[in-house]
Design a protein. Structure first.
Length: 199
């Protein structure tokens, strides 16, 4: 039951984009087309999941035993930067079209606060299940990371679809472009807020 609660909470209730407002820059920058939004979602999902795994292991077996917790942020940023470089190299070889479509936003995953936010949340925030608060173990951390990144991807892909639809409709001149996009994402965030009654 704990895993189910983690999944529902991370995807819908505490969506990293729509409830916590982390990772908004690539969200607004790459969501013009459904194809680029899907590619960015996949890249972010991979980086968040792998970064959470590696940072949890580094924190649990290196930083905490050596009482070096004050180095968490620096160590986590280094891990994330290395993973993003790996994703960039692989995408350049496998899908040059997607690599060029993502452009500057691909290296910006390194500074995407959603990735760092998930890594830090997993090792510091106490989650409450059945009235007891505890830190997540490795399995729960991976499930949380995957669910959070799926929530990120869901929000990104839904928003890209909305923006593509808005581009084909008649929107008043004052609302064209970013204003109508921000209004749409605000309404989307309110819709996701309705899931908070589930958990």
């Amino acid at each position: 039951m704990e895993y189910f609660l983690i999944i529902i909470s991370a995807i819908f209730v505490n969506n990293i984009l729509l409830a916590q407002f982390l990772g908004v820059c690539p969200f607004l920058g790459v969501s013009n087309k459904l194809s680029t939004a899907t590619g960015m979602s996949g890249a972010v999902c991979f980086v968040i999941t792998l970064a959470t795994l590696v940072t949890w292991l580094i924190n649990t077996y290196l930083l905490v035993p050596l009482k070096l917790e004050f180095l968490q942020t620096i160590a986590f940023i280094l891990v994330i930067a290395a993973l993003v470089q790996m994703v960039e190299i692989v995408l350049k070889k496998i899908s040059p079209a997607l690599y060029s479509a993502l452009g500057i936003f691909l290296p910006l995953i390194t500074t995407n606060c959603a990735v760092l936010g998930v890594a830090i949340t997993v090792v510091t925030k106490q989650f409450t299940f059945g009235g007891e608060a505890h830190l997540l173990n490795l399995g729960e951390s991976i499930v949380y990371a995957v669910a959070t990144s799926l929530g990120y991807g869901l929000a990104m892909i839904l928003f890209a679809g909305i923006r593509e639809h808005l581009a084909m409709n008649d929107v008043p001149k004052a609302f064209k472009g970013l204003p109508i996009a921000l209004i749409s994402v605000g309404i989307m965030a309110l819709a996701f807020l309705g899931f908070s009654g589930m958990v």
